[in-house]
Design a protein around this ligand. Structure first.
Ligand SMILES: [Zn+2]
Ligand SMILES: [Zn+2]
Length: 253
């Protein structure tokens, strides 16, 4: 399984950061987690054909996580895509997603591929069927944010990867005995924010020293002193901690 950080910025993006969205690839499957920036250009930069994307997973319906969808679908249509695209969203957002597709007049373009909307309950842990046939297990993790939001857990050959999505410090993530790779939002470096997390909180709350193999931070703010905050931490934490950047590729076993 490979994860590429397509964007790592917070809600207002940054000088060198698109809004946070990710690409997960496993064998012949690929899923985009949220859609920001210019998704087709990004895919081309990483030599991933749009045809490989079989799913989009929306963690929540804040604009910084959904605004790239029109561009993605437009490009898929113009490139003659035929393969079905599954879009996962919280069941509370299904209607908005359908309205969003209607406003874009997707049916009138007319696209030649099926858009299959699958909903999940953002308050529950639910299996996501994407890539299930390959042995990669994907499950939602209810997040704590100002809108119904879910992070994701990926389990492959005993290795656990967790993506927090936008969230405050989350008891659900604290409960893991061990996380090989934790990709977590850090909208601030040190100060406490409502609906989001700080780098300091993430490192302390999840006991990164003992319970996390590698920590990668996303949803970052250009004005926040992340480097300084990491430098003040013990060497062992510094070694585990990566301040995410657009284009960072994480290869997992
Ligand atoms: Zn956000
Ligand atoms: Zn949000």
């Amino acid at each position: 399984m490979d994860i590429t950080l397509l964007g790592t910025g917070n809600a207002v993006a940054g000088k060198d950061r698109e809004n946070t969205y990710l690409l997960v690839e496993h064998e012949e499957h690929a899923m985009m987690i949220d859609v920001g920036g210019n998704p087709l250009r990004r895919l081309k930069q990483f030599d991933v054909p749009q045809a490989k994307i079989d799913a989009v997973f929306f963690t929540h319906f804040h604009i910084d996580h959904i605004f790239g969808l029109p561009s993605l679908l437009w490009g898929m249509w113009l490139e003659g895509r035929r393969k079905k695209l599954t879009i996962y969203c919280s069941k509370t957002d299904q209607k908005r997603l359908e309205q969003y597709l209607d406003v874009m007049q997707v049916k009138e373009w007319p696209i030649q591929f099926e858009i299959d909307i699958q909903t999940y309950d953002a308050g529950q842990r639910e299996h996501i069927s994407w890539s299930a046939s390959t042995g990669l297990e994907v499950k939602t993790i209810p997040a704590i944010h100002s809108a119904p939001t879910a992070g994701l857990e990926f389990r492959l050959d005993g290795h656990v990867t967790v993506y927090s999505a936008d969230t405050m410090i989350n008891e659900q993530i604290k409960q893991y005995e061990w996380i090989d790779l934790l990709i977590h939002e850090a909208t601030s470096a040190d100060e406490h924010l409502d609906n989001h997390s700080s780098l300091t909180e993430v490192v302390e709350a999840y006991n990164v020293k003992e319970k996390v193999g590698q920590l990668v931070l996303v949803h970052l703010d250009d004005e926040q002193p992340y480097e300084k905050t990491v430098e003040a931490m013990p060497a062992m934490i510094q070694q585990k901690c990566t301040i995410g950047y657009d284009g960072l590729q994480l290869r997992l076993r």
